[in-house]
Write a protein that binds this ligand. Structure first.
Ligand code: P6P
Length: 340
């Protein structure tokens, strides 16, 4: 007996198959890759929810390539995504924040090596886990170029070449948001049936906003244009809804998701502590840039489009100004000395 009280819903799997059927000639490999990522996300979500109960909190004592003390959940999340992608057989190479080198995967189906490259921040913001602040996974997908070997060189493609990008935020709900270049859609995990359900169809980010996310503790070493913009945002002016509101969680995926839905800008600029910025280009900035552009927003390194950066290293960093288009454009004008 169908429980008519349950509102009709569409699962991520159904959505992926619909998208596949709309893209003529699709082999299903890409759909299987997205499924592999969603399965790993469910496992990481399960472990995240237990983190407080099972001894997987706190630092593993290892340091990752960034020199950051690796949280145990970081290591577990990395292992889970690698396991799921290796098992799925659609991926030939992984680049991960938690691993110094790119990781080649031999397809589990001999002779059918995967055609996709996946770049991954398995658990961004993991230093927040011990204090129960939401964290997230970020992924970026490229094709292996025709005739190329699955090496780091094949992975170092500009963000404009991405075929998909997404994130999972493990917050009050667990939400998976992704794009394949045809808009942005969000799915909320329904734990009672273990399915991601379409909850945020065709996300469009507001053209502007009144929230900004930046670590103002580094203010003194910001470049002048950014200092002037921050003071502009803090000035009293009812006509432009100022002063703006600061919201900075210290977890990029969470700040990004809030700004995507409500409007706002996230800024991690170059500073004395982080001369190249802190956010990584390949598996944080580029995937979020793809998503925000597909939702009508903008992502800049302060001087130009982040996704047009030609990468030279897997873990390279970039200054990042990302969110509502009008806000990013205005900060760029302040940085160029054309406003303020
Ligand atoms: P800070 C987490 O380590 C992270 O990469 C982002 O998730 C977050 O926005 C940023 O760093 C926080 O860095 O220097 O402000 O503590």
């Amino acid at each position: 007996m169908n429980d008519l009280s349950t509102p009709d819903f569409k699962t991520l799997e159904q959505f992926i198959i619909e998208q596949q059927e709309m893209s003529g000639g699709a082999t299903g490999a890409f759909s299987r890759l997205l499924r592999d990522l969603s399965v790993a996300a469910k496992v990481v979500n399960r472990d995240m929810r237990r983190a407080g109960l099972v001894d997987i909190l706190g630092a593993s004592g290892e340091v990752n390539v960034q020199g950051e003390v690796q949280q145990k959940m970081d290591a577990l999340a990395h292992a889970e995504f690698v396991r799921a992608l290796r098992r799925g057989g659609e991926t030939c190479l992984i680049g991960s924040e938690e691993h110094a080198e790119a990781i080649p995967l031999d397809g589990d189906r001999p002779g059918e090596d995967g055609r996709y490259i996946v770049l991954l921040d398995p658990l961004d913001g993991s230093s927040n886990i011990d204090v129960n602040v939401s964290v997230g996974t970020i992924f970026s997908v490229y094709h292996l170029p025709e005739g190329a070997a699955p090496t780091l060189e094949a992975a170092l493609q500009p963000g404009t070449e991405q075929v998909a990008a997404g994130y999972i935020v493990y917050g009050s709900s667990t939400i998976l948001v992704y794009t394949t270049g045809n808009g942005v859609n969000g799915f909320t995990l329904e734990p009672s049936i273990g399915e991601f359900i379409l909850s945020h169809p065709n996300i469009r980010t507001p053209e502007t906003g009144t929230m900004y996310s930046v670590n103002e503790g580094n203010y003194n070493s910001f470049e002048d244009g950014l200092k002037r913009w921050i003071k502009w945002a803090q000035a009293e002016d009812k006509a432009t809804a100022r002063p703006y509101t600061t919201r900075y969680i210290g977890s990029f995926v969470s700040d990004f998701h809030r700004n995507l839905v409500k409007g706002g800008i996230y800024i991690y600029p170059a500073s004395a502590k982080s001369p190249e910025g802190k956010l990584r280009l390949m598996y944080e900035s580029n995937p979020m840039a793809f998503i925000v552009e597909q939702a009508g927003g903008m992502a800049s390194n302060g001087r130009g489009r982040v996704m047009e950066t030609q990468p030279t290293a897997l873990h390279q960093r970039t200054p990042l100004y990302i969110g509502s288009k009008a806000m990013v454009e205005q900060v760029e004008r302040f940085l160029a000395g054309e406003e303020g």
